[in-house]
Ligand binder design. Structure first.
Ligand code: NAP
Length: 271
């Protein structure tokens, strides 16, 4: 990582996402001079990093904002305002990167005050295994270098895409929440394996690996329809299963899941 070299990166909120970002950064930033400053209301989350040579545990968000050059905000959306307003005076010339779902760059800028540099990112929990899909956009005052820096930071936990802020709600539905929809589908397929007599552990692993295979083929350029065509022989097992999916409107249910999650993100944005 080039531009993060020697930087002081703060993370407020060491929960699911904050922890994954920190672990990803510790694993990928090989620079001994880089410093990671962390704070959270939960002492036990911070204590998990006690003794990490490059991690400094701060006693308050104010201390963190004073010391850091970049502040990553990873608290729940309802806590964003409460965190940002007290540190706003300390954020001059610093970059804020927020991962809070449904909190717009305009709202973040409002809490921080005139001229503050803000990047908004929608990662997903695949971050825990270095497979986050992170989509980012920049606020009115952030510059191209800020976007590049955010790209580098989030590359430490998976893949990064740059989009317009108007796309953030659908991204929240598709990848932020969407990873849970895939987990549900994999779990249901594993249940079917158990129903038919497989041990649960094997059924779950085989279902998950099958999903991975489909995902990798699509990413390698195979169209989903091609995968179907290559699998469904006339009168065979796959077409019978596809017929069962079609009669239960599985495609419509999956579309609805993403559309509803997108709607909810829009509602949250209207707060
Ligand atoms: N999890 C996901 O899949 C996902 C995906 C995309 C985006 N996001 C976004 O990422 C953000 C974090 O989500 P998460 O799942 O990581 O949440 P989380 O596990 O609840 O972590 C948030 C942490 O922030 C702490 N916190 C709350 N107020 C604070 C304050 N004033 N100062 C310092 N720390 C404070 C919380 O402590 P308490 O629990 O004591 O309040 C908690 O430990 C959310 O805005 C969410 O929208 C999450």
């Amino acid at each position: 990582m080039k531009s993060a070299k020697g930087k002081k990166i703060g993370i407020i909120g060491i929960g699911n996402i904050g922890t994954s970002i920190l672990r990803g950064l510790l694993a990928t930033v090989d620079d001994a001079d880089a410093r990671f400053l962390i704070n959270d209301l939960r002492r036990e989350s911070l204590d998990a990093f006690a003794g990490e040579p490059r991690v400094e545990i701060c006693e308050s968000n104010e201390e963190l904002a004073k010391k850091a050059e970049i502040v990553i905000l990873a608290v729940k959306p309802k806590d964003v305002r409460m965190v940002l307003e007290p540190i706003a005076p300390l954020m001059t010339d610093k970059l804020l990167i927020s991962v809070a779902a449904g909190v717009s760059t305009a709202e973040l800028e409002r809490y921080l005050g005139e001229g503050k540099r803000v990047i908004r990112v929608m990662p997903n929990i695949g971050a825990r295994v270095g497979e986050s899909v992170s989509v980012l956009c920049r606020g009115r005052n952030a510059v191209a270098d800020d976007e590049e820096l955010a790209d580098e930071i989030f590359s430490a936990i998976g893949s990064v895409y740059h989009m317009n802020e108007s796309d953030m709600d659908v991204i929240t539905g598709l990848s932020g929440s969407g990873i849970a929809f895939f987990a549900e589908v994999i779990d249901a397929m594993a249940d079917a394996g158990v129903y038919e007599g497989l041990p649960r552990g094997s059924a779950l692993t085989i279902a998950a690996r099958t999903a991975l295979g489909a995902a990798r083929m699509i990413l390698a350029g195979d169209d989903p329809a091609t995968i179907k065509a290559m699998t469904a022989s006339p009168g065979g097992t796959t077409i019978r299963g596809l017929y069962a999916m079609e009669s239960r409107a599985v495609r419509a249910a999956m579309m609805d899941a993403v559309i509803e999650a997108t709607r909810r993100s829009r509602e949250m944005n209207r707060r």
